[in-house]
Write a protein that binds this ligand. Structure first.
Ligand code: KMT
Ligand code: NI
Length: 180
């Protein structure tokens, strides 16, 4: 089950929890308000993949692949992790169904604060087009996910900066959050 909190930005290892003391929890409703959608498909229950397939069909996610983020399974591990953890946005939704392991998606809220989302097996998370975010495994250093895509895999990151800020995806996203 997903849990989320405000990220305490200190200089410790980003794979640690980074919680305030006491923890400043963020609810699924709070995530929804910034366009992040959460589902759960229990991978320990028979037939879960049929449910995921029906969900994908309903939302018109036509393509998918599987990614395993671990040092021995992911080619160019250090380089990829650096890319995942560099703040960026996409011109497409980022849809991840976690089939094993754990990790963190960090998203910026409407006040530009980081919210850390801890995902685990059975969580399906959708990050909206234009939200600034990043990904990192936690200290278990292992996560496996199905990545779903509307069309062709189009997940080129646009790193935070003038081009991303002024692009249509970001402009539309900010409009949608303000009018929420
Ligand atoms: C991404 O785009 O950040 C990833 O695909 C990371 C691995 S998915 C858990
Ligand atoms: Ni991304």
């Amino acid at each position: 089950m997903v849990s989320a909190w405000y990220y305490q930005d200190d200089s410790s290892d980003p794979r640690e929890l980074h919680q305030y003391s006491p923890n400043r929890e963020v609810t699924i409703g709070d995530l929804q308000r910034i366009g992040v959608i959460y589902f759960n498909f229990d991978v320990d229950t028979d037939g879960y993949m049929d449910k995921v397939n029906a969900f994908a069909k309903e939302r018109d996610y036509k393509n998918r692949d599987i990614i395993c983020v671990s040092k021995d399974k992911l080619p160019n591990y250090d380089e990829k992790l650096k890319m995942f953890f560099t703040e960026h946005l996409h011109d497409d939704e980022e849809i991840r169904f976690i089939i094993d392991g754990t990790g963190f998606f960090d998203v910026r809220n409407e006040n530009d604060n980081w919210i850390r989302i801890h995902v685990a097996k059975s969580d399906l998370i959708i990050l909206p087009i234009g939200i600034y975010h990043r990904f990192i495994p936690d200290t278990n250093d292992y996560i496996q996910a199905i990545r779903l895509f509307k069309d062709e895999p189009k997940w080129t990151p646009v790193n935070r900066g003038k081009e991303a800020d002024e692009g249509q995806s970001r402009v539309n996203y900010l409009k949608s959050v303000i009018t929420n």
